[in-house]
Design a protein around this ligand. Structure first.
Ligand code: 5RP
Length: 227
């Protein structure tokens, strides 16, 4: 049997996702190692004549998309997205997600909400029977009083850990902090998302509920689709 690296499985799934992109579409471009494969595959198609425009969910994605000849919509105003394609950190059987491992969850959720369809691309290890447990839930918070926000989140559930990079708080592109909330099994993602969003200081959570139109999974046995 051929041994596949997880990165190769992500690439195969990303190639499948790009089949859904048609000429003239406006595409929301996700962030992360899986989204990177998707952007490179779009670049290939653009070199063969595809014409699309994109809205990037991070600076990293914007830089890569430009290098691949994807025309970006620079306006912060209003866009109508035909499709958004993104990765995820965990996916449950109802296609609810945990996102934000890369810290881009705020723009990713805005883009997902603006898209007519959201395609999520993962390798098979991201599929879980229930969200939580092995992956903490990222929550973007304003820096002001973040410790108080953390306590209020912990009163709802779990242990909130300030994400750091090189010994300093990690800053999102919007200048916020991320609290990684270590929780057990998330039995009701929709309810938890509502409760977490009610805490003052919370900007957005990494729970994506009811947003996924199509899941594309790279597995050692081939690419699998779920709607
Ligand atoms: C970034 C994200 C990513 O989609 C998520 O972390 C998955 O990343 P990768 O494709 O590198 O496994 O939510 O905020």
């Amino acid at each position: 049997m051929i041994q596949h690296t997880l990165d190769e499985l992500k690439r195969q799934a990303a190639l499948k996702a790009v089949d859904y992109v048609q000429d003239g579409m406006v595409i929301g471009l996700g962030t992360g190692s899986t989204a990177k494969h998707m952007i490179l595959a779009l670049g290939e198609r653009i070199r063969r004549g595809l014409k699309i425009r994109g809205v990037p969910t991070s600076q990293e994605t914007a830089d890569l998309a430009r290098s691949q000849g994807i025309a970006l919509i620079e306006s912060d105003n209003t866009w109508t997205l035909d499709l958004a394609i993104d990765g995820a950190d965990q996916v449950d059987p109802q296609l609810c997600l945990i996102k934000g491992g890369g810290g881009a969850l705020l723009k990713e959720k805005i883009v997902a909400a603006a898209a007519r369809q959201l395609i999520i691309v993962v390798d098979h290890t991201k599929r879980v029977p229930m969200l939580g447990n092995s992956f903490p839930l990222p929550i973007e918070v304003v820096p002001f009083g973040w410790g108080n926000t953390a306590k209020q989140l912990e009163a709802i559930e779990g242990k909130a850990v300030l994400r750091e990079r090189e010994g300093r708080p990690f800053r999102t592109e919007a200048g916020h902090f991320i609290l990684d909330l270590h929780v057990g099994s998330i039995t009701d993602p929709a309810d938890l998302e509502i409760r977490l969003n009610q805490v003052p200081g919370v900007v957005e959570t990494g729970l994506f509920v009811g947003r996924t139109s199509l899941l594309i999974v790279g597995t050692p046995e081939g690419v699998v689709l779920q709607t």
